[in-house]
Write a protein that binds this ligand. Structure first.
Ligand code: CMP
Length: 153
């Protein structure tokens, strides 16, 4: 089933010049990038994005971090993309994520964990709408698709 998920390359990812490598991981997997922008998250947007964490003790530090520099927001599309992208990221903490995952390979921190991805279909729909208008999403079929997936996949 083709799905769309919201991916954020966080301020630590941009500062460490890892944006290209992160985008390459999703492209190499065969997923499509159907929207992308560089932006600075405002405190208001941070509270909406992390609504489930706003009341947690670590939230003030999380907000300072996520608003502290530019991020890249992407919509990644592909078969079972919501689950698969989460698995590509690895566990939240870079100290617990498996080698081969993004965080396992590039992070040794719980907060400086480089990349966010939606954790389920409801979150994906909500988060995509926070960052993108419908008109900013490119729905064109890429010509390589027949070499990435069988016709019935
Ligand atoms: P992310 O996947 O973007 O979703 C919520 C973020 O909160 C998470 O990555 C971590 O960066 C951060 N986070 C989660 N748990 C903690 C914690 N216990 N202390 C500090 N930051 C946390």
């Amino acid at each position: 089933m083709r799905e769309r998920t919201l991916v954020l390359l966080k301020p630590d990812c941009v500062q460490r010049r890892l944006v290209g490598q992160m985008i390459s991981r999703f492209e190499n997997k065969g997923f499509n990038i159907v929207a992308m922008k560089l932006l600075r998250i405002s405190p208001d947007l941070a509270r909406q994005h992390y609504a489930e964490h706003v009341s947690k003790p670590f939230y003030p530090g999380l907000e300072r971090f996520i608003t502290g520099g530019p991020v890249v927001a992407l919509i990644v599309e592909g078969p079972e993309a919501i689950r698969v992208v989460r698995e590509m990221l690895g566990a939240t903490s870079g100290l617990q994520s498996a080698p081969g995952t993004i965080r396992g390979d590039f992070s040794c921190s719980r907060q400086m964990n480089l990349v966010h991805a939606s954790d389920g279909p409801a979150a994906a729909a909500r988060e995509i709408a926070l960052y993108f208008d419908d008109g900013e999403i490119q729905a064109d079929e890429l010509t390589l698709r027949p070499w990435l997936l069988a016709a019935d996949e």
